[in-house]
Design a protein around this ligand. Structure first.
Ligand SMILES: NC(=O)c1ccc[n+]([C@@H]2O[C@H](COP(=O)([O-])OP(=O)(O)OC[C@H]3O[C@@H](n4cnc5c(N)ncnc54)[C@H](O)[C@@H]3O)[C@@H](O)[C@H]2O)c1
Length: 408
């Protein structure tokens, strides 16, 4: 077993021992726990990613609950150890929980939670930033400037793609995908096409506008100029479209695609926002890259394995006008060979959550356990016996649908 890792202790005499595998921003989360008689131990080890052995050493012989990170492998070994130490709850400080084996947690009676909803705007804004950076070649141009290569304005210098009037494609239109779609529609007057397993009701409510259903059902198929553009089955964005019209501008359009391939074929900018599970692993592969437009922009701020990154590197090499903006990578912290050399790739180190205004900048251990009451981490620790909780993955992909409805 690895030697015990270094820790910082708050409220040493607390009744319940809670371990956090990382120091997290702010102190609100610590106060919430210490107020509930918890002794909080925060791992201060310099290692960025803790191994399973490191976490076993942290759990030790008595541990009531753990707050962990998306970089850790929470499976059979850790949940069984937590159970043996008397643990009742585990919280993943992340929206995605692809690093958590929920059936193993259930097997050992450990309730598991995540932090849905707290990163919606910050992640959508980062995806929008990557869309802009890739379409307007910001990083390439910045490097050119710093290298002292700029010797005067030229008409063809770093020509990129204008977003206005183009089509944005969203794959996975849950909280983040929908927020991103709104940013691109309202900010850049882009047309929308989206694909999701479920109808994105909140997004559609925004784009259609409640009071103008008649206009909603008037499709562009009636208008010859739209037919010519191949937009025959798009709807006008009613409320926003009317606002644009009133200002003398072309109304934007939207549609829910029947297949993901429709989005890949039709969109100019495609942003990926699904959960990572077995249905979305390598969702973007060699064949699907091949059906995208040669000058498309692909953005990923969901999880790295949603894209077959080796296939992407090949595609970027073969198609210099195809560009990507990536926040996440298949084997973090590494990039697949060749990616770093591609000028048509903008790459940032998983920073979508890293903004000062986001709720994660001062998190609370109050997380969703998949139950309607949003049971809190600290109340779980205080229960006498292990209780049957609905861990989030039990809701399967319906979980996303219920969270869309959550704040309507
Ligand atoms: N880069 C970051 O720092 C960061 C931050 C937060 C979240 N994320 C990632 O973003 C993901 C989405 O977050 P969210 O809050 O929008 O979640 P969400 O549950 O609201 O949305 C996910 C959407 O994906 C859809 N989906 C599931 N399987 C699909 C499939 N096969 N094809 C198409 N759509 C599918 C769901 O129906 C749902 O609408 C998280 O799971 C997480 O992995 C990344």
């Amino acid at each position: 077993m690895a030697k015990p890792v270094s820790i910082e202790v708050w409220n040493p005499n607390g009744k319940y021992r809670v371990v956090s595998t990382k120091s997290m921003p702010g102190t609100r989360w610590i106060r919430l726990l210490t107020d509930q008689d918890c002794r909080v131990e925060i791992c201060t080890d310099k290692k960025t990613i803790l191994s399973v052995e490191d976490i076993l050493a942290l759990i030790g012989d008595k541990c009531d609950g753990v707050i962990g990170q998306l970089t850790e492998d929470w499976g059979e070994v850790l949940f069984s150890a937590l159970r043996r130490a008397g643990g009742k709850a585990f919280s993943n400080m992340a929206v995605g929980y692809n690093n958590v084996d929920v059936s193993a947690a259930n097997k050992y009676g450990i309730a598991v939670g995540n932090t849905p909803g707290v990163l919606t705007e910050t992640t959508a804004e980062l995806a929008a930033s990557l869309s802009l950076a890739a379409s307007r070649r910001i990083v390439e141009a910045d490097q050119f400037m710093r290298a002292g290569l700029y010797d005067g304005w030229l008409p063809h210098l770093f020509v990129g793609n204008l977003l206005k009037g183009q089509t944005v494609g969203v794959i996975g239109a849950g909280r983040i995908g929908s927020a991103y779609a709104r940013m691109m529609i309202e900010g850049f007057k882009m047309n929308l096409i989206y694909y999701d397993l479920y109808q994105a009701t909140r997004l559609e409510k925004f784009v259609t506008g409640k009071s103008s259903l008649a206009f909603h059902f008037m499709t562009t198929s009636h208008i010859p100029s739209f037919q010519l553009l191949g937009l025959s089955s798009y709807y006008f964005l009613t409320a926003y479209g009317q606002f644009l019209k009133a200002n003398g501008e072309q109304p934007v359009t939207w549609k829910r695609a029947a297949t993901m391939e429709d989005v890949l074929r039709e969109a100019d900018v495609i942003s990926l926002h699904p959960v990572l599970d077995k249905t979305t692993y390598h969702l973007i592969n060699k064949e699907r890259l091949a059906i995208m437009k040669k000058e498309a922009i692909l953005v990923n701020a969901s999880r790295g394995p949603v894209i077959d990154e080796a296939a992407l590197v090949e595609h970027l090499k073969q198609n210099p006008m195809f560009r990507v903006g990536l926040d996440v990578f298949e084997e973090e912290p590494f990039m697949k060979p060749g990616l770093a050399d591609q000028k048509n790739a903008v790459v940032v180190p998983h920073i979508a959550s890293a903004s000062k205004g986001s709720d994660m900048s001062n998190p609370s251990p109050l997380v969703s356990y998949g139950d309607p009451q949003h049971t809190s981490f600290q109340s779980l620790l205080q229960q006498n016996s292990s209780h049957q909780h609905t861990n989030f993955a039990y809701q399967d992909s319906q979980a996303s649908n219920s969270t869309i409805v959550e704040d309507t």
